[in-house]
Design a protein around this ligand. Structure first.
Ligand code: SAM
Ligand code: SF4
Length: 317
């Protein structure tokens, strides 16, 4: 379905939980959050019902996110249910990787097509500083297993922060040695976390150019806003996602569903459509379809100025 500005909305990002087993300094407070109650969280059958309706409007790609999606029970069965929907061509998962080693085989068998692992440093001390937890070894085991498996592409998301994880040597080497796509993400300032300073695109490139000659290359399968580069003879690539310096809104094809059942047309905005109330008052499929149309209608042309009331862990990034 085209929105008011001619963008084809075909991609739904679904947050299945706001809970997480990490406390990344740019995303969650140290003391954690007061998670929404289980009754408020959409049940898998409810999400599947919504996805089926969304496919009637042209949604054909799904990303599962959170909080940490792999902390929610039965995620594998949920992916298998999504896989049964013929119109869904692509199912991907964004995870912090802690439980990846445990679930990867089953996720692939259930029909997961692609994976993004968020991993901000390969140095144990820096990883712990950023995530406030000591799980780097778990993530590395998950990553190694993914590399050995059939799942492709494997993307690694790295949020860059000045004077913290801005030495990119280890990631540059990783992209040369392994078939992975390391994407450096410009930090997005969020509510209450003002101290962190991100890296600009220019600063990222200056640092990356120290480790070899980079040439532009095409995007591995995906629909995102990254610009891709490659080192000579590298098995993988380097992607830069600089949403503050570049405006990607003109090609934004996404809609987001929060774990408590709100459709969000823009990551940065307050605009939302409550579909949980509709689901739980037995609204007709037509009414649900109208709710999707309304959310698509509310999609702003550019970054919403109507500042959001949700955190990243609630919307899923
Ligand atoms: N827990 C999962 C994970 O970390 O991959 C999925 C949810 S997390 C909110 C999704 C993505 O949002 C992660 O790649 C994370 O690094 C990114 N993210 C969270 N807060 C951010 C911020 N302030 N700026 C940029 N990216 C952010
Ligand atoms: Fe958890 Fe992901 Fe947020 Fe880190 S970025 S605290 S892993 S939801």
């Amino acid at each position: 379905m085209l929105d008011r500005f001619g963008r084809n909305i075909e991609y739904l990002r679904i947050s299945v939980t706001d809970r997480c087993n990490l406390r990344c300094i740019y995303c969650m407070p140290e003391e954690g959050i007061s998670p929404i109650s289980h009754e408020q969280v959409l049940r898998y059958e409810e999400i599947v019902k919504l996805v089926k309706i969304a496919t009637e409007l042209g949604i054909n790609k799904i990303r599962i996110t959170g909080g940490e999606p792999l902390v929610r029970k039965e995620l594998v069965s949920f992916i298998a249910l999504l896989r049964e929907i013929d119109e869904i061509e692509d199912i991907s998962l964004t995870t912090n990787g802690i439980f990846l080693e445990r679930y990867l085989d089953n996720l692939i068998s259930a029909g997961l097509n692609r994976i993004n692992i968020s991993l901000d440093s390969l140095n144990p001390k820096i990883y712990k500083k950023i995530t406030r937890r000591d799980n780097l070894d778990d993530v590395i085991r998950g990553l190694k297993k993914a590399i050995k498996s059939s799942i492709r592409p494997i993307k690694i998301n790295v949020v860059l922060m000045k004077n913290l994880n801005d030495n990119l040597k280890d990631f540059a080497k990783l992209s040369i040695k392994e078939p992975v796509h390391v994407r450096f993400i410009e930090y997005m300032p969020v509510m209450g976390i003002e101290k962190i300073r991100g890296l600009t695109e220019e600063e990222m490139l200056d640092e990356l150019n120290k480790y070899g000659e980079l040439e532009k290359t095409k995007s591995p399968f995906g629909h995102g806003p990254a610009i891709y580069y490659k080192y000579k003879n590298a098995k993988g690539t380097i992607g830069l996602i600089c949403s503050n310096s570049h405006n990607f809104c003109y090609k934004c094809n996404r809609l987001r569903l929060t774990s408590d059942g709100r459709l969000k047309p823009c990551l940065f905005g307050k605009e939302e459509v409550d579909v949980r109330s509709l689901l739980r008052t037995n609204a007709s499929n037509n009414a649900l379809k109208e709710a999707f149309k309304n959310a698509i209608y509310l999609k702003p042309r550019g970054r919403s100025k109507n500042k959001r009331i949700h955190h990243m862990y609630q919307i899923g990034g």
